[in-house]
Design a protein around this ligand. Structure first.
Ligand code: NAD
Length: 278
């Protein structure tokens, strides 16, 4: 029987541990504040922002909300970020992506002070990760590492294959698995013989953004499968990049969608906020 990795339970454990730490920090007179910037009215962004605020409230982190109009100029947005960089009360700054087309996301990310970059997207944070130095790590891949560790799954010495090479999931995922001493392969849209490559994996992390693309023909018998993908199908039901029903008989452990990787992202964001003060 495969282990179904319960991301809801593990994320709750992490949030409860953080809540205790934050209470202790408050006892020492240290408060943590996260500035959350949303530009425009994208409904999905509003849901994400609200969930982040709720998580802050649960843990005891102050969330400072800046809801800016869709029409804000790039210059004014950058100015706001610079102001928050200088504000000693603010420990972390998060700009909800995507941004309206007239604003350059890269410029925005680079303007956030690296010591407040709780999303881990700043080039300095990414660079630190790649050379094994301290810095904020992108939340979703950091959450995957926690899922593996807290499920007792050994990474060291294992063949790890990451399908997907995006800056926020695939690449940092591969670097984190490497940091944990996995033997890491990154596969992507131009990989030849993807099935053969995927079948090498003891730990297969899938972040392709294609609903149910990975079926049992990509899986080595007994592999651990982590499904980062998240999609809504025609019946409005959530599914991942992995065809769960097809692979379940062939894996030793798997993350479901929903309830696997998804809940971990916010938990790790909260973790980054707490470590910003530590
Ligand atoms: P992306 O579109 O930026 O990157 C997808 C990657 O998959 C690319 O690097 C591409 O090379 C690769 N790819 C695409 N088609 C492929 C194919 N046919 N064969 C092999 N590789 C292929 O996506 P992303 O931002 O990395 O997100 C991936 C998935 O994870 C999406 O479904 C996204 O919604 C989800 N996601 C979930 C969370 C979460 O919190 N659970 C967070 C971020 C992203």
């Amino acid at each position: 029987m495969a282990l179904i990795i319960d991301g809801k339970k593990i994320s709750k454990e992490i949030k409860d541990e953080l809540k205790e730490k934050v209470t202790a920090l408050k006892g020492e007179g240290k408060n943590i504040a996260l500035a959350v910037i949303q530009v425009g009215e994208d409904p999905a962004s509003s849901v994400y922002v609200n969930n982040k605020k709720k998580a802050c409230e649960y843990i005891g982190i102050e969330s400072l909300s800046f809801h800016l109009p869709e029409t804000i100029t790039e210059e004014d947005l950058l100015e706001k970020i610079k102001e928050l960089n200088q504000d000693e009360k603010v420990n972390g700054i998060l700009v909800q992506l995507p941004l309206p087309k007239h604003i350059d996301e890269d410029k925005v990310i680079k303007t956030i002070a690296p010591e407040k970059d709780v999303d881990g997207f700043h080039p300095q944070s990414v660079g630190a990760l790649s050379i094994g130095q301290k810095g904020f790590v992108s939340c979703t891949p950091a959450g995957v590492i926690q899922l593996l560790k807290r499920s007792g799954i050994e990474i060291a010495g294992k063949e790890c294959v990451v399908i997907g090479r995006s800056n926020i999931v695939g690449k940092p995922m591969a670097l984190l698995l490497l940091r944990e001493n996995g033997t890491v392969t990154i596969a992507h849209s131009r990989t030849a013989n993807l099935k053969e490559v995927a079948k090498r994996a003891d730990i297969l992390v899938v972040a392709v953004g294609k609903p149910k693309m990975i079926d049992s023909s990509y899986i080595k018998e007994g592999a651990v499968v982590i499904d980062v993908g998240i999609h809504r199908n025609e019946e409005n039901k959530l599914c991942g990049d992995v065809d769960y029903d097809d692979v379940i008989e062939h894996v030793s452990a798997i993350t479901p969608v929903p309830g696997g990787v998804g809940p971990m992202t916010i938990a790790m964001l909260m973790n980054n906020c707490v470590s910003s003060i530590e």
